[in-house]
Design a protein. Structure first.
Length: 384
């Protein structure tokens, strides 16, 4: 293994670890909310507030990322973020009231998960093949979250005070243990498509496109169980279908990791958009649980597939990593705004609003990406 290959492997490994530590909560939110909700007898509204507060805190740190990402000692920032994850999750385990619980999750999101998650985008964006780097990181995060979710009952037995929180603490401890191998500042590998920032207007448009596109999975995925139950599917069957679809959906990240940039980035994004829309429409037409499960698996696979190429595209626009770090915030915005619009339309138009809104957001995001690629091709034809 030559020096460049060894350095790139180290970048991807460290970036993946940081990405998993920062985003694991998103993939294990059901057992986490069930655990803390049972302990403090919280209602659905309080649980929703808890999840939203942590997500908003992570998004806020991401939004401020361009202000500090190139000015800090990376090793110190990661150490601080990981230690805050450990401390915040321990505080959550011992919180005796809802107010303390919310405060601890905001602290974890703002000063813990938000920091390591944001820095992970800068690290992964410095890899020679950003498509494969983000695909590996996303796969690892989903697998880790699924493993913790599946092992929640065991964790509650072994660590009754922490339960699934033990999984969040464990990954943060691993980050702390690996800090010695992390350089003080992001490493930029000046090869391949990575290039200097190409104008904030183009980068900003790409981030908006990413946010709009993420409104599609937000609109669809939030209501899949409700739509299934409206069709007469049992709640437990719908939950199993969603869980299986999430695992099968790893095929999308695996495919992206294997293909890399062989077909560019625009064509995979366009393909993912088309398949997501078709699978959302097909889901609305199905009534059997098997058909619904297949549609969910297809949708989730291409959601992951398209996401990897969008991450890579935005990251490649700015080698310094100042812009890519905003992507977590744009994703959270899309995943929040999509359900908001869909929920209001379902009230007056029924479940048929779900595939319609999904298609509108997906196509809107794709059109913005098409404009981005056209502008990039006009300004830098050799690297578009």
């Amino acid at each position: 293994m030559n020096l460049n290959a060894r350095s790139d492997f180290k970048i991807v490994l460290l970036g993946t670890l940081l990405y998993a530590a920062g985003s694991a909560i998103f993939y294990m939110i059901p057992p986490f909310l069930a655990f803390v909700g049972e302990r403090l007898a919280l209602d659905a509204g309080q649980l929703g507030t808890l999840a939203a507060a942590e997500s908003a805190a992570i998004a806020l740190t991401s939004l401020t990322g361009p202000l500090w990402i190139t000015r800090i000692d990376r090793r110190a920032a990661i150490a601080f973020g990981a230690l805050m994850c450990i401390a915040g999750n321990m505080a959550t385990a011992f919180a005796g009231s809802f107010a303390l619980l919310v405060a601890s999750r905001i602290a974890v999101g703002l000063l813990g998960e938000g920091i390591v998650y944001t820095i992970s985008y800068s690290v992964l964006g410095s890899a020679r093949d950003t498509v494969r780097a983000f695909a590996v990181a996303l796969t690892a995060a989903v697998v880790y979250g699924a493993a913790v979710t599946a092992g929640t009952s065991v964790l509650k037995t072994v660590f009754p005070v922490f339960g699934p929180l033990a999984g969040l603490v464990a990954i943060a401890v691993l980050v702390v243990a690996c800090i010695g191998a992390i350089g003080p500042r992001p490493v930029v590998v000046a090869t391949g498509p990575v290039s200097p920032i190409r104008g904030m207007g183009l980068v900003g448009l790409a981030l908006i496109a990413h946010a709009v596109w993420f409104g599609a999975p937000g609109a669809f995925w939030t209501f899949v169980e409700q739509v299934a139950m409206d069709k007469g599917v049992a709640t437990n069957a719908a939950e199993v279908a969603v869980s299986v679809a999430e695992l099968v959906g790893l095929a999308g990240t695996i495919a992206a990791a294997g293909l890399g940039g062989r077909f560019g980035k625009l064509r995979p994004i366009a393909l993912a958009t088309a398949i997501m829309i078709l699978s959302a429409i097909a889901y609305q037409q199905c009534s059997a649980i098997v058909g619904l499960g297949v549609c969910l698996a297809i949708f989730y696979s291409f959601w992951n597939y398209g996401t990897v190429y969008q991450m890579s595209f935005v990251s490649d626009l700015d080698a310094a990593g100042r812009s890519a770090v905003v992507m977590p915030a744009t994703e959270v915005f899309g995943l929040s705004f999509g359900p908001y619009v869909t929920g209001h339309l379902i009230v007056s138009n029924g479940d048929g609003a779900v595939p319609v809104v999904t298609a509108i957001f997906a196509l809107g995001g794709l059109i913005l990406f098409l404009i981005c690629f056209a502008l990039l091709r006009r300004r830098h034809p050799a690297t578009a």
